[in-house]
Design a protein around this ligand. Structure first.
Ligand code: ADP
Length: 712
């Protein structure tokens, strides 16, 4: 073979070989690329599985959307992502999460609403540069890949979107079919998990509800067991299936004794109202609820009242299955009610017999009630309807009293006064007779202080006012008669005394002349004694009427000097030796009525002198003066004949004389008592026959500043 041919052949073979090698290496290259891309996909699927597993564990919505946000970046290898889960109607109500959106300067919430509109088709959508041009808000992105998925059963949506930004577009792979197909697997998985999550929450909610109703049931059975009210559960025939402890406690029957029995057969008795019984049987037969107050009997036959509530129970299919009966022990309430009724009727009896009118005005319903006394007082006949009572009440008040009376009542209505007590005149509607009422009005309020009604009582005081008026008039009349009498007594005594003084003078002169015989002298002496006695009496009557007629005249009096003068005057009226002592712990000057203190001491000291013992050597009278708190105390002690026990209580009576041995008038101490009374003081006596007498006078200091210089 020719070498050149050989060469050519060799050259041809080489070229062919070279071509083959080239072809081979391009296939190899393709193979390598395919293997790489398969590796890549494998990694992405692995990541996807990992993400699914993580999502399954996610306990909250927030954790779920955070995982999806990360997944978009990790698995699809995009630059940034945003995920939203929430209410399709209200985008502000859900949660969202984003990653890598630092370069997006706009509001992300707004970005979500833009994506909502753009992705509204429901499919996976890829927006490339040209599509993006149509949406101003998305201009910063070069690629947008995402979906919007709605769960119609729950009205909730899932939005998941990945982005590549314009500025970093070169660093990221183009979104090719491979990426899209992985995204479609990714989105299917995520959507499924989203639906499952929603279902899970539904199941959870249901479980929650069931456990809640179990708790409710437990609570109910606790209540039924522990309530203070009796509880009976009966079957549909009304036969007892269960009773609680309170039922046993009140009725005395244990559960085992009553099982299968009908409650009415052993709880009701003779006095149980037949109407109540038939109302219960009717409700039970019609399977209707009933509430009624009933008299029951316990195991020992004791009566007790219950408020009975029977409720028929139906199952889910509407079939009647049970009766539940609740029994509230009302015995105490009924007893209280009966007590109140009893009290009320007593109260009515009292008001009726005491002629007290009672009225009540309901301010909410604008209606009133009143008792028969009030109707009588105002002349309201039985036919007059109760809503007119208040206006009749108002219009019966005499015009001159009406304004202030109503003002007082409105003060009670408006809460400025709690109650008002008024005395006013009214004119009877039927008879036209005027009368005076004493009226007490008060407001009744609820616990919140809102006014409910006005309550009032009226008492006719016309008679007592007239009687009072009579007494006042009579009193005035008496006062007048009294002073006229005092004047009369004074003028009569005065008129009597002048001729008496002349007679006394004549008698004295005739006796002094000494020209009469013995017999005539004795007669005239007797006449003189009688004339003197008459003069004493007249003078004392004058003293009495002077005290009664004249008002007090207060002045400074030297008590010691006054007593000395009185004693000196008296000393000469007795023949015997007589001692006078004056003891004082206060100033001699006192502030008093001079005429009265003189008359008082004259009488008391005069008696001590008059009734002294003639058989002793040292008859005396001692006046001691002191202050006791705010009182001036005068004590006059003598060692005279004394006063017997039976007489001492009467010596201050008018004309009372404890002894006939002296020539007293029996007026002196009576006048003393009148004087001391006028000076607001008291007088008393202590005495022992044969030992002596002590007269005690106690009267208020008349002017404190005049008693300042006390002698201690
Ligand atoms: P009379 O004018 O009789 O003295 P009085 O009213 O002064 O009237 O006294 C009433 C009676 O009290 C006297 O009658 C006398 O019996 C008795 N009596 C009053 N003071 C004394 C006294 N100091 N000692 C004894 N008896 C007295």
């Amino acid at each position: 073979m020719h070498t050149s041919d050989q060469y050519l052949r060799l050259k041809r073979d080489f070229a062919e070989l070279q071509l083959r090698v080239t072809q081979f290496s391009s296939v190899e290259q393709q193979l390598i690329i395919a293997r790489d891309s398969l590796d890549q996909e494998l990694v992405q699927y692995k990541r996807l599985n990992k993400l699914s597993a993580a999502i399954l564990q996610a306990t909250s919505e927030l954790e779920f959307i955070n995982l999806v946000t990360d997944g978009i970046i990790d698995i699809l290898e995009l630059e940034s992502s945003i995920v939203f889960v929430g209410d399709s109607e209200d985008l502000n109500s859900g949660y969202f999460s984003s990653e890598g959106l630092g370069h997006y300067k706009g509001n992300q919430q707004h970005l979500i609403s833009v994506l909502f509109n753009v992705l509204s088709t429901g499919n996976n959508i890829h927006l490339n540069k040209e599509d993006i041009q149509k949406h101003k808000e998305l201009h910063v992105f070069s690629d947008v890949l995402g979906f919007l998925f709605k769960d119609d059963t729950k009205n909730s949506v899932l939005l998941a979107v990945g982005f590549v930004g314009v500025s970093n577009a070169k660093l990221y792979r183009n979104i090719d079919n491979r990426t899209k197909s992985i995204f479609s697997v990714f989105s299917d998985k995520i959507k499924l998990q989203f639906l499952n999550r929603n279902k899970n929450t539904k199941i959870k909610e249901q479980l929650e509800r069931i456990s809640q109703s179990e708790i409710e049931l437990k609570k109910l059975s606790m209540i039924a067991t522990n309530t203070k009210n009796g509880v009976i559960i009966a079957n549909k025939f009304g036969e007892i299936e269960w009773v609680n402890n309170s039922f046993s406690k009140t009725s005395g029957y244990e559960m085992h004794e009553v099982l299968g029995k009908k409650p009415g057969n052993f709880l009701q008795g003779l006095e149980t109202s037949p109407d109540a019984k038939s109302a219960i049987s009717e409700a039970l037969s019609k399977k209707l609820p009933i509430e009624i107050v009933l008299l029951n009997y316990d195991k020992r036959g004791r009566e007790y009242y219950v408020q009975l509530e029977v409720i028929p129970v139906f199952n889910d299919h509407g079939e009647h299955v049970n009766f539940i009966a609740l029994q509230k022990d009302m015995t105490d309430e009924i007893k209280y009610q009966q007590e109140i009724l009893r009290m009320n009727s007593k109260f009515e009896l009292v008001t009726d017999s005491s002629k007290i009118g009672i009225w009540e005005w309901d301010l909410i319903n604008k209606s009133g009630v009143c008792n028969s006394n009030l109707r009588q007082q105002f002349g309201i006949s039985e036919e007059v309807s109760s809503d007119l009572i208040f206006s009749i009440f108002k219009n019966s008040i005499l015009p001159e009293d009406k304004e202030w009376v109503m003002k007082g009542i409105y003060e009670v209505i408006h809460g400025t006064a709690l109650n008002v007590v008024q005395t006013f005149r009214i004119e009877n509607n039927l008879t036209g007779k005027q009368s005076t009422l004493h009226c007490f009005t008060l407001a009744e309020k609820d616990t919140k202080g809102n006014l409910l009604r006005l309550i009032g009582s009226t008492f006719d005081i016309t008679d007592s006012i007239n009687a009072q008026q009579d007494i006042l008039e009579k009193n005035e009349e008496l006062k007048k008669i009294n002073s006229e009498l005092d004047n009369f007594v004074y003028s009569v005594s005065h008129d009597l005394r002048s001729p008496l003084v002349s007679i006394k003078g004549i008698l004295m002169n005739v006796l002094r002349m000494g020209t009469l015989d013995e017999k005539a002298t004795r007669f005239l002496q007797l006449a003189e004694v009688s004339a003197n006695r008459l003069d004493d009496t007249i003078q004392e009557i004058m003293e009495y009427s002077k005290n009664a007629r004249l008002g007090l005249t207060l002045e400074e009096v030297n008590l010691k000097a006054l007593c000395q003068t009185i004693f000196d005057d008296l000393r000469f009226s007795v023949e015997d030796y007589f001692e006078f002592h004056y003891k004082s712990t206060i100033s001699d000057l006192i502030f008093t009525d001079k005429y009265r203190i003189t008359a008082l001491l004259k009488n008391i000291i005069g008696n001590a002198v008059k009734y002294h013992r003639k058989d002793i050597l040292n008859p005396y009278v001692e006046l001691s003066v002191k202050h006791d708190h705010e009182a001036l105390v005068l004590t006059v002690t003598d060692n005279g004949i004394g006063i017997s026990e039976k007489s001492i209580s009467r010596i201050f009576e008018m004309f009372y004389r404890a002894t006939t041995s002296s020539v007293g008038t029996g007026l002196g101490l009576y006048i003393c008592k009148e004087i001391v009374t006028k000076l607001n003081g008291e007088i008393s006596a202590e005495s022992q026959e044969g030992i002596g007498t002590t007269m005690l006078v106690r009267m208020p200091k008349l002017n404190a500043k005049d008693y300042e210089n006390e002698i201690n």
